[in-house]
Design a protein. Structure first.
Length: 149
């Protein structure tokens, strides 16, 4: 190891007081070899990660982190969905859209969807779940805006 590499690697151990506290509070101290690196801004995400999320999610601010029910509610109709479109729709409703998408197909006996060649289709169980979630959503709208008519 060269002297420069050693100095960069051990730089955080030379910090004192407020500098050490600032370094420990920064969200990127584990991956940075430069103790003067700027902490990542906004929920600990890099600019690249935020841009990727903006492309996938648009301006949506999901209410749930992982929720199969919210993901099913986000699908407007019973049909096959290409992976990109499914990801976009799920990302509108949940924060961790990748894990939620995996949960849709995970349990083969109770799977809500099946995936084949990048296309997601509802199973018969999934169709029933979609109809129930749709009915619950419609009922909430009626109760909220029409006073339970």
């Amino acid at each position: 190891m060269s002297e420069d590499e050693s100095r960069l690697l051990h730089a955080p151990f030379r910090l004192k007081g407020a500098e050490m506290v600032a370094w420990l509070k920064s969200s990127d101290h584990r991956s940075s070899r430069d103790h003067n690196a700027r902490p990542m801004s906004g929920r600990g995400r890099s600019d690249t990660a935020r841009e990727r999320l903006r492309k996938v999610r648009g301006d949506a601010d999901p209410l749930f982190h992982i929720s199969v029910e919210a993901a099913v509610r986000a699908l407007p109709e019973l049909r096959a969905y290409p992976e990109r479109e499914l990801t976009y729709l799920i990302a509108q409703a949940v924060g961790d859209y990748s894990t939620t998408r995996r949960h849709l197909v995970m349990d083969k006996s109770k799977a809500i969807m099946r995936r084949e060649r990048g296309v997601y289709e509802f199973t018969s169980h999934g169709e029933a779940v979609w109809r129930v979630e749709r009915r619950i959503g419609e009922r909430r709208i009626v109760e909220r805006y029409l006073g339970g008519a």
